[in-house]
Design a protein around this ligand. Structure first.
Ligand SMILES: Cc1ncc(COP(=O)(O)O)c(C=O)c1O
Length: 404
């Protein structure tokens, strides 16, 4: 049996006729840009996120750029965020001319370490950009308190967390702006690229709407240099079919996560995503990410500078994680590493001059994390297979270490 990390095939079977109808309806309407599908989606999505506005756009990356531009963030400004994220988080900050300032992450939640944010604030800091990574919400009560204390704006990167909430209040409704991605592997995925920005402020929503269409408040009047970044009608039609299923899909993801947590507890060298999470965490479970800790032998090698087999990005390399990934693959279980290289160590950010070791927990996580298969339609049989193989591999590796 092969277990993929993600698959749409069952969802396409279940929703196939409805999706076909929706796509053909748009195709035959000839209305591909703007129109009713987009308006219905924006209304339904803002209800789902509990905000006054939702503005569709071309991608999650564009949502972040539009949000930052809408808030007036640009050259000379600093935005505090996490380096343990997808590259687009920081790329969007740089794209508007601002500078990303990275704060290390918490070893348990994998999210921005709230205790380290204030030390990173300077007179140039304009905003905080928390990332609800893997679907887990940042503690938004604590983060908003920091933002209020320092009069900072808050742009939530909700790309991986559609359907998640902190203390019952949806992500994307806490900060000044929420930014969502409808990339096909996300909790709510379109049939291509798509995104949305959510907010309560009427003026901000209007600015973002105009920026997404060439800075154009009315036809052929351009008051700002904007973008061509619209959610198109075909994507909106697909999302309109899928949105009513979002909460059931998130529940299914949560059930899969709790089965993993129960079945894989206490395995040697494996850390699970915070099984005793704060009850305020309304997890979206876009990914189920475990830490495969370095073996004792690797830790000794890592602690001897110069002699470790670090990758050419200057990061410790976990042979154990890579061995587990490879061994699972050989038994038909596909996994993914989100993310092998932290943003601050990417060649594109060499100019930031952040040396190896500058964000130790981020760097350690990049060498230890592994995402196990999770998607709403993952069958119990498939999940049992993943659990069996992980257990077998880790127990036998522990026994081998004891004998050695
Ligand atoms: C945390 C995070 N931010 C932003 C993005 C960008 O979204 P998109 O791919 O829709 O541009 C992604 C996409 O993977 C993401 O995971």
């Amino acid at each position: 049996m092969q277990v993929p990390p993600f698959s749409l095939s069952q969802q396409l079977t279940d929703l196939g006729p409805e999706l076909d109808d929706a796509i053909l309806r748009v195709l035959h309407s000839g209305q591909y840009i703007g129109g009713g599908e987009i308006q219905s989606f924006e209304t339904a999505f803002s209800t789902c996120v509990s905000t006054a506005h939702s503005v569709g756009c071309n991608s999650g990356t564009d949502a972040l750029i539009l949000a930052l531009r809408g808030l007036g963030i640009g050259a000379g400004d600093q935005v505090i965020t996490a380096s343990f994220s997808f590259f687009a988080t920081a790329e969007a900050i740089s794209a508007v001319g601002a500078t990303p300032v990275f704060v290390d992450v918490d070893p348990i939640t994998y999210l921005i370490d709230l205790t380290k944010i204030e030390a990173a604030i300077t007179p140039n800091t304009k905003a905080l950009m928390p990332v609800h990574l893997f679907g887990r919400p940042v503690d938004m009560e604590a983060l908003m308190a920091i933002a209020r204390r320092h009069r900072l704006q808050v742009v939530e990167d909700c790309a991986q967390a559609t359907g998640a909430n902190w203390n019952g209040k949806p992500v994307g409704s806490w900060g000044d702006v929420g930014c969502f991605s409808f990339f096909p592997t996300k909790n709510l995925g379109g049939a291509g690229d798509g995104g949305a920005v959510t907010c309560d402020d009427d003026g901000l929503a209007q600015r973002i709407r105009e920026l997404a269409v060439h800075g154009m408040p009315r036809r052929y009047l351009h008051t700002a240099l904007g973008y061509n970044s619209r959610l198109d009608a075909l994507q909106a039609a697909v999302l309109n079919v899928k949105l009513p299923h979002l909460s059931t899909w998130v529940e299914k993801r949560a059930a899969i996560a709790s089965r993993y947590i129960k079945a894989l507890a206490d395995l040697p060298g494996l850390e699970l995503p915070d099984p005793a999470a704060d009850p305020a965490v309304g997890h979206g479970w876009n990914q189920f990410v475990v830490r495969v800790n370095l073996s004792q032998e690797e830790q000794q090698t890592e602690s001897a500078p110069g002699s470790n087999p670090a990758s050419h990005f200057g990061l410790p390399k976990s042979h154990r994680r890579d061995w587990l990934k490879q061994s699972l693959q050989e038994q038909g279980v596909s996994t993914i590493i989100y993310y092998p290289i932290p943003i601050h160590r990417q060649p594109a950010y060499v100019d930031l001059g952040l040396a190896p070791g500058s964000l130790p927990m981020t760097e350690q996580l990049c060498s230890e994390v592994l995402s196990l298969p999770i998607f709403p339609e993952l069958s119990e049989e498939q999940q049992d297979r993943v659990i069996r193989v992980v257990k077998r591999l880790l127990s036998s590796s522990a026994q081998e270490q004891m004998v050695a």
